[in-house]
Write a protein that binds this ligand. Structure first.
Ligand code: PEP
Ligand code: MG
Length: 757
């Protein structure tokens, strides 16, 4: 672990656009890797004869204050003087211990210090501290020593370029967040506040429930109007599937969701405002308790909606935010509706102190092309007020009042991006075809509620329609009619293009709120086809709805998830036949049977076992679709959602690449069409590798389509072959990544790797 962590840290330090960023990256990563409280870099200023604190993760600095230690003071100096590491379990008892001024800190007890030495000269120290006394292991010691040695080269280089001296004093504040939408934004922070605050409502009772009910209904009506207006406002610049977010909001306002519950509370004698607060708080805490990260994020939508209704109850609902040009929206929690209420051309980027990349605001930001970061490390909102910010939506970094050097780097990056975006856009109606004429079919992954026809460039229909979300957004299984209407909408919007609908794939990380499944290993449990075959009533209703909705369109293909063995295909086929004959006889009674087509059937390749049964399965189905997300997790035995093993979840793993190549070879031999619908298909490097292996059909999220089209158009077969050979002989995912990155860089597509991270 140490070696790869080392390499990773060294790599990210080396890639930092600017010296201070490199130091920040170093301390942050070392602190995380060693699981300690503090990591800092001090550099020696030989003229002033002092050590200056240059970067820290963990010490609380007083803003604007310079933190220095004179030569000879403290353990920092001791390590530098001795030119060897110091590993002290309880520094507070050491005679050389010195509390650093300007930090107002409790003393840290455990301390590990490694001198940064370049060509025999001590440039500074890398220091790790921990509140509790502990002995660092010899491994940890050599880890720090190794990093200090690597850092020495970086510092020496910066000193040679005279970058160090002018950056010693003003403290550069660099915040960490989670990247949510790619891109770089530069601008002034604009603080967004919700229109009304649910937490500020003091519970009050009423004697006139009828009047309160009336007020509530009026507020709901106004909120519905707002939502329609917001949807219309953003419709020009977001992909239409993203607009479905507003349908979700509207749905939540329905009687079946919030509406009835609020009215019941009013009947119990609560004022409308109080009733909204009570119901919303309750819903929010239910959502927040869920394991699924997508559903947990719906708590934000419910709260946002509640605050909109509340604002109308308080007559503050119509206040509009005056947002200056070139703004970066900063809020405690950026919501989809807050984002929609700001004119796109005013907005450079967004910073949401809370929330996650799964939030609807994040989905919208990606769709609008607004660089965004979420879950910023501990910082109060007002700290960012009036500040000039850089938001790096690739790495998750936020710079506050950045120095000229950093600003310049990012401005150049912005220009590059703009150029790239123009190129991509200018190609959006061209064929996805390599320069030597290999055609690739690009399809979209859809399923976020109702999907409208994409505002994107040309594509070949839906390669994967995930049916889980409509099942998850309800309080019970949707009826056949409800499903029929939903699917019919999809066929209508994609008229004339294939629509691959996957049967329900709940379980794993997608539980249904109304159908709890308690398992120790849900990903190895009752998931996808395993569950629906045990519940033919659910499966049959879904297939019937699909078949009926397909009448007159004939574009449906059915895809089965999580297939592990041949008999599952047989069982599913039997049920599909049953549904088909049932629907046909019903239509016959209406004199319409001639219009009922039997759809093609496909199987997802995502459980490794079926790699060895492809021949038998191929005799039973019409096509295959590779789900690289699950195939990666099941082949490598790495939970796709567990942050502890996130580093091991590697779609560039050489074993996975070999498997993917075997799959396409087998499908070609068997004469069965195969496509890839996992995330790898929308990844720039991944798409190239898949293309090189022989895949000719890729399905991806709508916002990747034009980018991948552009990349496909820049390559040709012989070069892909070379790339693939190199990738397949690599021994480590990082090696594969390097090979792929170099290829993309050499094609002038380097910007996409940044974008694809
Ligand atoms: C996959 O597993 O790669 C896939 C496309 O399906 P999902 O992400 O919905 O499991
Ligand atoms: Mg899957």
């Amino acid at each position: 672990m140490m070696l790869s962590t080392l390499q990773r840290i060294v790599e990210s330090v080396n890639q930092a656009p600017e010296f201070n960023v490199a130091l920040d990256t170093m301390v942050r990563n070392v602190k995380a890797a060693l699981g300690t409280d503090v990591c800092s870099v001090y550099l020696a200023d030989h003229e002033q004869r002092e050590f200056v604190l240059m970067a820290t993760d963990g010490l609380n600095l007083v803003e604007g204050e310079r933190v220095v230690l004179e030569f000879g003071e403290g353990l920092i100096s001791l390590a530098a003087e001795r030119e060897e590491p110091l590993n002290i379990a309880d520094a507070s008892t050491h005679p050389n211990f010195k509390l650093v001024e300007g930090l107002a800190e409790e003393p840290y007890r455990a301390m590990l210090v490694a001198p940064i030495i370049h060509q025999r000269q001590v440039l500074g120290v890398l220091a790790v501290q921990q509140k509790l006394a502990r002995a660092f292991s010899s491994n940890e010691e050599s880890f720090l020593v190794t990093l200090a040695a690597q850092l020495a080269a970086v510092v020496a280089h910066a000193e040679a370029k005279d970058l160090v001296s002018d950056q010693r004093s003003p403290w550069l504040r660099n915040l960490r967040a989670v990247a949510g939408a790619p891109g770089v934004a530069i601008g002034h922070a604009f603080i967004g506040k919700p229109l009304a605050s649910l937490s500020a409502v003091v519970p009050r009772r009423t004697e006139q429930p009828m009047q309160e009910k009336h007020k509530f209904r009026k507020a709901v009506l106004k909120t519905r109007q707002d939502l329609r207006a917001l949807a219309a406002q953003v419709a020009e610049y977001v992909a239409e599937d993203t607009l479905a977010i507003f349908d979700v909001y509207q749905g939540l306002l329905d009687a079946a969701s919030l509406g009835n519950a609020v009215e019941n509370k009013i009947k119990e004698g609560w004022q409308a405002q109080t009733a909204v607060k009570l119901v919303v708080d309750d819903f929010v805490s239910q959502f927040e308790d869920l394991d699924d990260s997508y559903l947990r994020e719906r708590a934000v939508d419910v709260r946002d909606l509640g605050q909109r209704v509340l604002a109308h109850l308080q007559d503050s609902g119509n206040v509009t935010m005056e947002v200056p040009d070139q703004s970066i929206l900063v809020a405690e929690e950026v919501t989809a509706s807050m984002l929609a209420s700001i004119p796109r051309h005013r907005l450079q980027g967004l910073v949401s102190l809370r929330g996650s990349p799964n939030s609807h605001a994040a989905i919208m930001a990606r769709s609008m092309g607004v660089p965004a970061v979420f879950a910023v490390e501990d910082v109060p909102l007002n700290y960012l007020e009036d500040q000039y910010l850089i938001v790096d939506g690739y790495s998750g970094d936020v710079f506050i009042n950045p120095p000229a050097q950093v600003l310049k780097e990012y401005q150049e990056l912005l220009l590059d991006e703009l150029e790239l975006a123009n190129l991509v856009d200018s190609n959006k109606n061209l064929a996805a075809e390599t320069s030597d004429g290999i055609r690739v079919e690009l399809q979209v992954n859809a399923g976020l509620n109702v999907d409208h026809n994409e505002g994107r460039g040309a594509h070949n229909g839906i390669g994967l329609y995930r049916t889980e979300i409509p099942f998850m957004m309800r309080e019970r299984f949707p009826t056949e009619t409800e499903q029929f209407e939903l699917y019919r909408e999809v066929f209508k919007n994609y008229r004339g293009q294939p629509v691959v609908m996957r049967t329900l794939d709940v379980g794993g990380d997608k539980p249904l709120p109304y159908f709890p499944i308690k398992e120790d290993n849900p990903f190895l449990g009752w998931r996808g086809i395993r569950m629906t075959l045990d519940h033919p009533e659910i499966f049959l209703v879904q297939v019937r709805a699909m078949l009926r909705a397909n009448v007159g369109f004939d574009t449906l293909k059915i895809l089965l998830p999580m297939i592990t063995s041949v008999d599952e295909v047989d069982d599913a086929t039997r049920l599909i036949s049953q549904a088909y004959f049932e629907v046909r006889s019903e239509l016959q009674q209406n004199g319409e049977e001639a219009s009922l087509q039997r759809p093609q059937l496909g199987v997802m390749i995502e459980v490794p076992a079926i790699l060895y049964q492809l021949d038998s399965i191929a005799q039973r189905v019409d096509f295959f679709s590779v789900g690289t997300n699950d195939l990666t997790q099941y082949l490598l035995a790495v939970d796709r959602n567990n942050p502890r093993v996130a580093r091991l979840y590697e779609a560039y793993h050489p074993a996975l690449l070999t498997v993917l190549q075997d799959i396409v070879a087998s499908c070609n031999r068997l004469g069965k069409p195969v496509s890839v619908c996992g995330e790898l298909a929308g990844d720039p490097g991944g798409a190239l590798l898949l293309l090189a292996m022989g895949y000719r059909s890729l399905s991806m999220s709508g916002h990747n389509i034009d980018k991948i089209r552009w990349i496909v158009r820049q390559v040709e077969a012989p070069m892909l072959q070379v790339l693939l050979n190199q990738a397949l002989t690599a021994k480590h995912p990082d090696e594969v990544r390097k090979v792929v990155s170099m290829k993309l860089e050499s094609l002038g597509l380097g910007g996409f790797i940044r974008a694809g991270k």
